[in-house]
Design a protein. Structure first.
Length: 229
């Protein structure tokens, strides 16, 4: 498994520690350093050569957007996910123009950061494994055809996020047998209640089917399998 090196640029030590814990819960990510200012961050980037920077905008000495511009100006090969309280549209638009791969607005939960990191990891893997990528392959990671009309973000109910839908459906598509909710939750590092909520949503939309496994005592266990055309 490829290990993705991450640098966290964050001025609040508590937030930096939490983001580090969240990031390292995912097996393919390793935090190689943290720092809290623009000059220190540029120094760490050149020293540690991270693949990905989790970058705050508001820094006590410097500015995350200025750092992003400097990274691009210097031709440094790395990717950036913004993790910041800055939510004005002008800042968001400018960071995207300078190649940020995602933008997380504080406060956010682990699930949202997990979505961003998983999507980033999947796209890196796709690019690594293929000299050329078709439009269909690229679209799969952003708007997978298996989701059908579920890829309309405005149509999703409250608490249901598109990237998590994508992640769970991809995981189910890779399985050869039906799995319980707990097995799926463990496989994706999700809570059981979160996995159950998304699985039931897929069942309701006809994307996933359920079978029951009866034990000697207690209620039967639901097992979920993707519906294949």
């Amino acid at each position: 498994m490829e290990m993705i090196k991450v640098l966290i640029v964050e001025d609040d030590p508590m937030v930096a520690s939490i983001n580090r814990q969240f990031t390292e819960k995912l097996p393919s990510f390793r935090v190689v350093g943290t720092c809290c200012s623009e000059p220190e961050a540029l120094e760490k980037i050149k020293e540690l050569k991270p693949d990905l920077v989790l970058l705050d905008i508001f820094l006590p000495n410097g500015n995350g957007l200025s750092l992003l511009k400097q990274i691009r100006q210097d031709g440094i090969s790395l990717d950036v996910i913004l993790v910041t309280a800055a939510k004005d549209t002008a800042t968001i638009q400018e960071t995207l123009r300078y190649g940020a791969v995602d933008y997380l607005i504080k406060p956010f939960d682990f699930e949202r950061l997990q979505q961003a990191l998983t999507n980033y990891s999947n796209l890196r893997q796709l690019i690594k494994e293929h000299a050329d990528i078709s439009q269909d392959e690229l679209d799969y990671w952003h708007f997978p055809s298996e989701l059908g009309n579920l890829n309309t973000l405005s149509s999703l109910p409250k608490g249901v996020h598109f990237l998590t839908l994508q992640q769970i459906l991809k995981y189910l598509d890779d399985q050869h047998t039906a799995l319980s909710c707990q097995q799926i939750a463990d496989g994706l590092s999700l809570s059981k209640i979160t996995a159950w909520r998304y699985l039931e949503y897929f069942v309701d939309k006809g994307k996933v089917e359920v079978s029951l496994e009866y034990g000697s005592i207690g209620r039967p266990t639901k097992h979920y399998r993707i519906v294949r055309n």
